[in-house]
Design a protein around this ligand. Structure first.
Ligand code: IPE
Ligand code: MG
Length: 221
């Protein structure tokens, strides 16, 4: 969900207004994904690198994410959305925010229509490191360290690899998002800034995806 700051700056507003405006984009995109029957949708909300931002912006983002959850989880739940979180639950995430995350996961745990994962305090490299550390601490021998075993130690082991990744705001990077899982994902880039993103933008990304030929290193059949 990139481009919030630029969206705000173009309007002469503080960056935080851009984050606030991203809420409508998030909800409309979820709605569009439900219409399409997408069963897994993951949003990159806050990265392990975002702590480098000024303290007041970080503080705003923590509070904003918490309040968004509290304000929106019931309607998401009513739509059959299961909310999950992927990322490091370290000391930097305020206890109150962690509690809201747990509550939201518990509230929506019985939903099956779509899993909405918020990648929060998430880094792809951190996820791989955390998985390896867990395997080592479990005493798993080197011969048992396979791709499947590594996956079983990711934050959400049952999450399928993404078919498609959309990067907004004209940036052309993966920026540490699901780096292992993205190995064969179709990347779609758009200049739309996140607060302006709507379900129609999701639909056009899906159309672009449908025109791609996926070979996974093999030859076209
Ligand atoms: C994305 O928008 C929001 C987060 C990373 C939390 P940005 O804040 O990165 O917006 P730009 O890239 O500065 O425009
Ligand atoms: Mg950015």
């Amino acid at each position: 969900m990139d481009g919030n700051g630029r969206w705000a700056q173009r309007r002469g507003l503080p960056r935080t207004e851009g984050h606030a405006a991203g809420e409508a984009a998030l909800l409309d995109t979820v709605e569009g994904a439900l219409e399409l029957g997408i069963s897994w949708l993951t949003m990159f909300a806050f990265s392990t690198e975002n702590w480098r931002r000024p303290a007041d912006e970080v503080r705003y983002l923590m509070g904003f994410n918490e309040s968004l959850l509290v304000r929106r989880r019931d309607e998401l739940c009513d739509k059959g959305v299961r909310i999950r979180f992927a990322g490091r639950r370290d000391w930097r995430v305020p206890k109150r925010v962690l509690r809201r995350m747990d509550e939201s996961e518990a509230l929506t745990a019985g939903n099956h229509r779509m899993t909405l994962t918020m990648a929060f305090n998430y880094g792809g490299r951190a996820e791989i490191l955390d998985a390896v550390r867990e395997m080592v601490s479990e005493g798993i021998p080197a011969s048992r360290i396979t791709e499947a075993a590594l996956r079983r130690h990711f934050y959400i082991p049952e999450m399928p690899d993404p078919d498609m990744v959309i990067r907004t705001s004209g940036e052309h990077r993966v920026s540490n998002f699901l780096v292992w899982q993205n190995a064969y994902s179709e990347l779609v880039f758009t200049d739309v800034l996140w607060p302006d993103f709507r379900r129609e933008d999701l639909f056009s990304a899906v159309c672009e995806f449908q025109g791609r030929s996926r070979r996974y290193g093999g030859l076209r059949r």
